[in-house]
Ligand binder design. Structure first.
Ligand SMILES: NC(=O)CC[C@H](N)C(=O)O
Length: 254
């Protein structure tokens, strides 16, 4: 049976159909669910194996990107989300979804007095929109299994990963949770614009301690066909890089 993916939408989400299509292409059955419907009946989450928080501008990025939906989840859907995780299922947050996962505390549980990390305004002070090179830095995340590098587009204004303290950054790194990093081809340091936002340790995506909850700033759902590659007519590529992320999620339930 196909794994079922719940694609959660909210006012301002704009990558929900793309994420649903990517999961379908990878072999899952996708359903778009508005957050208000989930609030009415949180137990419907039990019918799914994959939860995806897609990209966009939920609640207009008011206060900060992902803050309002993050708080909504933190205060009204936390139990259902924790049950989802505890049942061995997968959660994927893409771009705004990553911001929501971080701000809800679902990806990194809060320290007693502060969150462990945040995603904040790009160092450039502007919306960054380009393709980036990415490197998988550890084998911790099930959705990155077998992937070494990827070429994916980014499109965000608040993608700078910052840990609350150096100790937290060190321990997340040591645990292999800083799993996806921006890369600059042929260089050991990753300067702007290759690191598009100034993220600490060039972090583009992280996973939780189980490796089953994954958030990333780049958009894998925007590179699921060879013709999505900006140079597809001039270069030879065998696979659309982003599709592997969704295929890994589907294969996890095979
Ligand atoms: N593409 C996105 O999901 C954008 C996320 C968020 N609105 C930002 O600009 O940072």
């Amino acid at each position: 049976m196909k794994p079922r993916a719940l694609i959660l939408r909210a006012p301002g989400t704009n990558c929900d159909n793309d994420a649903a299509y990517a999961f379908e292409k990878a072999g899952a059955a996708s359903t778009l669910v508005h957050v208000n419907r989930l609030l009415e009946n949180p137990q419907q989450a039990a019918d799914y194996q994959i939860l995806c928080l897609p990209g966009g501008f939920s609640y207009g990025d008011d206060i900060a990107a992902g803050r309002i939906l993050g708080n909504l989840i933190r205060h009204h859907l936390r139990d259902v989300m924790e049950e989802f995780k505890a049942a061995g299922k997968l959660i994927l947050g893409i771009c705004n979804g990553f911001q929501i996962l971080i701000k809800s505390g679902m990806l990194l549980p809060d320290q007693p007095d502060a969150p462990q990390a945040t995603l904040t305004l790009n160092d450039s002070g502007k919306f960054e929109c380009r393709w980036v090179n990415l490197q998988v830095a550890s084998s911790k995340c099930v959705m990155l299994a077998g992937i070494e590098s990827m070429y994916l587009p980014i499109a965000h204004a608040e993608g700078k990963f910052v840990a609350t303290s150096t100790e937290i950054l060190e321990s997340l790194d040591a645990a292999g949770q800083l799993v996806l990093r921006y890369q600059q081809p042929g260089a050991s340091e990753v300067a702007y614009p290759f690191n598009p936002n100034g993220a600490q340790r060039n972090v583009a995506g992280i996973c939780d301690t189980t490796g089953r909850v994954f958030g990333l700033m780049p958009h894998p759902e925007r590179h699921i066909d060879l013709t999505h590659h900006p140079r597809w007519t001039r270069e030879q590529h065998d696979r659309p890089d982003g599709l592997a992320v969704f295929e890994n999620a589907v294969r996890y339930f095979a």
